[in-house]
Design a protein around this ligand. Structure first.
Ligand SMILES: [Zn+2]
Length: 116
């Protein structure tokens, strides 16, 4: 987001930043998504329209600490930035976790077969 944003409380110039979400795959940027969240067994929540995610930019007033957030599509090298990559990382983390569970199950099964 270009331009300056003025604090609605004390009229100071606000500084741009972002609010990290600390997920199990590391820090991620907040995204705005349309509609209501749907419950998901694997990830807690899921969004129906993941391709419509918009990254959230949050401004902070250095005087009073007031926060003001905007979800405006941003352009990076001519392409719209979306939160899709962080969702793909979540999916990758879930799939890697499942792979480790399957390997652990296979190893346990081998020990059980050899024990007989
Ligand atoms: Zn302020």
């Amino acid at each position: 987001m270009n331009g300056t944003v003025e604090c609605t409380r004390c009229h100071a110039r606000m500084e741009s930043g972002w609010v990290p979400d600390n997920a199990h795959v590391g820090l991620q940027r907040q995204n705005w998504c349309p509609g209501e969240p749907q419950p998901s067994f694997w990830t807690g929540l899921k969004a129906a329209e993941i391709d419509k995610f918009i990254p959230v930019t949050t401004f902070r007033c250095p005087n009073c600490g007031h926060l003001k957030s905007y979800a405006i599509p941003q352009s990076r090298n001519g392409a719209l930035v979306s939160g899709r990559s962080s969702s793909r990382r979540q999916l990758a983390a879930v799939l890697i976790g499942l792979a480790f569970l399957l390997i652990a199950f296979g190893v346990a099964l081998l020990f059980l077969i050899r024990a007989k």
